[in-house]
Design a protein around this ligand. Structure first.
Ligand SMILES: NC(=O)c1ccc[n+]([C@@H]2O[C@H](COP(=O)([O-])OP(=O)(O)OC[C@H]3O[C@@H](n4cnc5c(N)ncnc54)[C@H](OP(=O)(O)O)[C@@H]3O)[C@@H](O)[C@H]2O)c1
Length: 363
């Protein structure tokens, strides 16, 4: 569908009574949209449905964006379930990040033009819809050569990896970090961003079918060591360091035993940062970890970071990440799924078909 500049087309209004489509779009309305909505919190596969949304007005400072791609992230699922701390009130459209192409702009918009590639920044609710109309201030223009699936997924997970590697412990080339949930997009980005800094990574994944292949894939990305949890069922996990230095920094997005394994790898005075809880199990820490190893436990939440004066720094980090993605220095596996197949993508994201790569909806 061709992009439309509202001002340029206003001359057409009233001239072409036969072309109802152009007349409708060329005034101040977006095209009709399709969206994934939920009317109440609950199990995402039960409460979500694909609906048609009527055209909305594009006001003078608004930009109408035709969405191209948007992922299904764990936090999207938690928002629908109603367990994420900040969430829209239902009825709501799902999704939190994505990428789109400017379709039409209001008369007062000068910074964006039809055809520009944009991402919502800071990310905001409701990206699972084919057209979005929002104020120009929420759209960040990016390089048109960016592959859409990377543009769609850069703001939540790669940015988290980037920020966490900077925020807690000053790392030097030759150092090592340890993490669990290493197959996640955050985990894969941590491996690659660490490698760029000359930092080694020790990675822990869960025991599951396909674990050997997952290990090989992470090693291809630059992981130094990759273990399944059961391989670390040892008295002293540090026997597995294989010549790497003891890490001062660890990342936990799983909880339970996988978090304890990260703690066991840390050197005296080390820090574990928890940023997710995929296993839905608490983090337990031995008394001796505090007394004899003086370990520190911290948390990270991107949404909090975005609400501070670091937001503009985050925008720069995103641009840097997109450069690395265009250069092929950061990559991760994704599965592109047509928007109309939303429910099959959701089933995969919910793990109903075993472990699957990140599901990215395409419009
Ligand atoms: N705090 C923040 O600001 C922030 C920001 C971004 C992301 N996060 C969190 O970071 C985590 C990773 O997000 P992502 O989008 O990168 O993940 P993702 O690409 O969607 O991958 C999901 C990851 O979770 C693992 N997993 C799924 N169920 C599990 C279970 N029951 N036990 C152990 N591991 C399990 C998967 O392992 P397999 O490969 O074995 O399936 C995979 O590594 C999530 O918890 C997310 O909420 C937090």
């Amino acid at each position: 569908m061709a992009a439309i500049k509202l001002g340029a087309l206003s001359a057409l209004i009233g001239r072409s009574s036969r072309n109802n489509c152009v007349r409708a779009f060329s005034t101040v309305m977006s095209p009709p949209s399709k969206a994934v909505v939920y009317d109440q919190h609950g199990a995402p596969d039960k409460v979500t449905r694909l609906v048609e949304i009527a055209p909305v007005q594009v006001k003078e400072n608004d930009v109408c964006v035709k969405m191209l791609a948007a992922p299904i992230n764990p936090s999207d699922i938690n928002r629908i379930e109603g367990v994420y701390p900040v969430r829209p009130q239902p009825p709501a459209v799902g999704g939190y990040e994505g990428v789109g192409q400017v379709y039409a702009v209001g008369n007062a918009v000068n910074s964006l033009s039809p055809g520009d590639l944009v991402i919502p920044f800071p990310p905001s609710f409701g990206t699972w819809q084919s057209y979005i109309v929002k104020d120009q201030s929420v759209w960040h223009k990016i390089n048109k050569d960016t592959p859409k699936e990377y543009a769609a997924t850069v703001t939540v997970n790669p940015l988290t990896a980037f920020a966490m590697l900077q925020d807690f412990v000053r790392l030097h080339p030759g150092d090592a970090i340890v993490q669990n949930g290493a197959t996640s997009i955050v985990g894969q980005c941590i491996i690659q961003l660490a490698l760029i800094q000359g930092v080694h990574s020790i990675n822990i994944i869960r025991d599951r079918p396909g674990a050997d292949e997952a290990k090989e894939n992470l090693k291809k990305l630059g992981a130094d060591q990759v273990f399944t949890e059961s391989q670390l069922n040892l008295k002293n996990v540090k026997d597995m360091l294989g010549g790497l230095p003891e890490p001062a920094l660890g990342f936990n997005c799983v909880g339970g035993n996988a978090a304890s394994l990260v703690l066991k790898f840390l050197r005296n005075g080390g820090t574990m940062v928890t940023y997710g809880g995929m296993a839905k199990k608490p983090v337990t820490v031995s008394t001796s970890s505090f007394i004899f190893k003086d370990l520190s436990l911290k948390g990270f939440w991107l949404q909090k970071l975005m609400s501070t004066d670091k937001a503009s720094e985050c925008k720069n980090m995103i641009d840097e990440l997109l450069n690395l993605m265009r250069d092929g220095k950061i990559k991760y596996e994704m599965e592109l799924v047509p928007f109309n197949d939303f429910h099959s993508a959701l089933d995969k994201a919910l793990g109903k078909q075993g472990s699957r790569p990140k599901q990215v909806l395409t419009f």
